[in-house]
Design a protein around this ligand. Structure first.
Ligand code: C5J
Length: 224
């Protein structure tokens, strides 16, 4: 099998069975006035990865890989948002409240949309998820089975919340997981660093990590 140089050791991949999954690159997490900022975060950190995520998406599409997009969002009646989630913390705007980009994390609102630069192409799978993990209460498992996917390259935000949760869910379901180190970000640099460490610790207990350019070079080489 072709390999991508990665940590803690090379990631052997199966051409035709690997997809890119882009987690929650939504305005609500990356732009002022959204959910991320309402929690007191500086969103400029996560917004800075957009060009890198764009390059990764373009390279994966060029390599013929499926690209899957996720969005953290809830139904307008919030019936899929448990009080335990909605009432957590002391945000300036709670999920479902009206903000400058529409209702926070509600499906169909402007702020909930994926950033236009990273918009899904027609036919790409888009998973709307009510939880932090993309497998919980979604059709993701069925979509991956339909596409014949056994390995996932991860990008998106935030590293230690929705990205890590989904990676762990995927790892438990038997997928090999590779995280693009510079195509993911957290509001907290220390949390990102710790997440990368814990993912690849103990012989890739959750998965592998590598830089975007390394991943793209490896994928292109493997397609020859
Ligand atoms: C958070 C996410 N951080 N997409 N969501 O609430 O990581």
């Amino acid at each position: 099998m072709p390999e991508i140089p990665a940590q803690p050791f090379p990631f052997a991949f199966e051409p035709g069975a690997v997809a890119l999954i882009v987690i929650d690159m939504q305005r609500d997490f990356t732009e002022p006035g959204g959910f991320g900022e309402s929690l007191g975060n500086d969103v400029s950190r996560v917004a800075a990865i957009v060009p890198t995520v764009k390059r990764l998406i373009a390279g994966c599409r060029a390599a013929g890989m499926p690209v899957i997009h996720t969005m953290e969002c809830h139904r307008p009646d919030l019936s899929d948002c448990p009080p335990a989630k909605r009432l957590r913390g002391k945000p300036s705007l709670r999920i479902g409240d009206a903000g400058p980009m529409g209702r926070i994390l509600v499906a169909g609102e402007p702020g909930t949309a994926i950033l236009p630069e990273l918009a899904p192409l027609p036919g790409e799978v888009v998973i709307e998820k009510p939880g932090k993990g993309a497998f919980y209460a979604t059709p993701l498992s069925d979509e991956l089975a339909r596409l014949g996917i056994r390995q996932l390259v991860f990008a998106g935000v935030t590293t230690e919340v929705c990205v890590q949760t989904t990676m762990r869910e995927a790892n438990d379901r038997g997928f090999d997981c590779l995280l693009a180190e510079d195509a993911t970000e957290s509001y907290f640099p220390a949390f990102k660093a710790a997440t990368l460490e814990m993912i690849r610790a103990q012989g890739a207990i959750v998965g592998w990590t590598a830089a975007t350019d390394t991943i793209l070079a490896g994928l292109q080489g493997g397609g020859d």
